[in-house]
Design a protein around this ligand. Sequence first.
Ligand code: KG4
Ligand code: ZN
Length: 336
Amino acid sequence: MHPLILAIESSCDETSASIIQAGKVLNNVIASQTVHQKYGGVVPELASRAHQKQILQVVKEAMVSARISQNDLNAVAFTRGPGLLGSLLVGVSFAKGMAVALGIPLIEVNHMEAHVLAHFIGEKNPTFPFLCLTVSGGHTQLIHVKDYLTMEVIGETRDDAVGEAFDKAAKMMGFPYPGGPLIDQYAQLGNSMAFQFPHTSMPDLDFSFSGIKTAFLYFLRDNTKLNPNFIEEHRNDICASLQKHLISMLMKKLKLACDQTDIKQVAIAGGVAANSELRKSINEFSQKFGWTSFIPEFQYCTDNAAMIAIAAHYKFLKNQFSTLDVAPLANLQIGD
Ligand code: KG4
Ligand code: ZN
């Protein structure tokens, strides 16, 4: 069977559609929403309205670029969760409409499992078992991946996600949303040893980023009291030091997870996987500890429908279809 599947992603602020045929991703159309920039974060109500506006065009574009007609499709897949409920509803409803109209099966996909499975889109794939550090604006998870559809969360954040810590810190410095990529950009010009931040210690493989967020707020407040131009004058050094600190918190737990599970295949996923310091650290640790590392292409790190498509492909092969009464779940967990 060489299934031809349309996949839709609408969990947060990217409306995306992708076509996959026989496990090969044919395209990955993404419409990003710019409406949130001036608010310093994603506004859920605006996100769902933007999805509603964009979804038809995005799906059409994916079908046209793959040169297929809707009658060729064998299934339609969508992100069930986790994500913003109003945003998810747009994708779920659209997918259901197509499945009913075409009389084809519906496949629900867990967004976090899909971030992991993005590693099977390209040529260089990990073998099982491997560890995946999924780092995004909404999640920070360490996942023990046993098979395509069998994964276990072995560590996660108790509060904020690391991408959120990047974005909130950036907002405190007056950068537009999302500030993570800007911190990365300025950090490359700065000295990462210039400033020190406190380490929050969490038991086992869990993370916490709320403490560093507060510490950073006080750090900026105290220093701007002494020098009102502190941020402008030290921008690059502040970004480099903060970035180094956040990434070292991730690497510490990733190393511990490798030691505890005795797994040496390491993958990173999610928007923060684009971070240059994280990529550098993964390569350094790989050399030092004999890991084999996997870093997906940038377009498959941030939210995209190609990762939903590859997950749907494996579900199709196992006949894992959804019924029409399936509803989106904002806090869907891996393994649910
Ligand atoms: O996976 P993603 O697109 O959406 C979520 O599911 O959250 O991740 C977006 C997050 C944002 O917090 C953004 O600031 C962060 O990824 N991000 C980065 C970089 N590129 C994206 N953080 C640090 N450095 C980067 N280069
Ligand atoms: Zn995501």
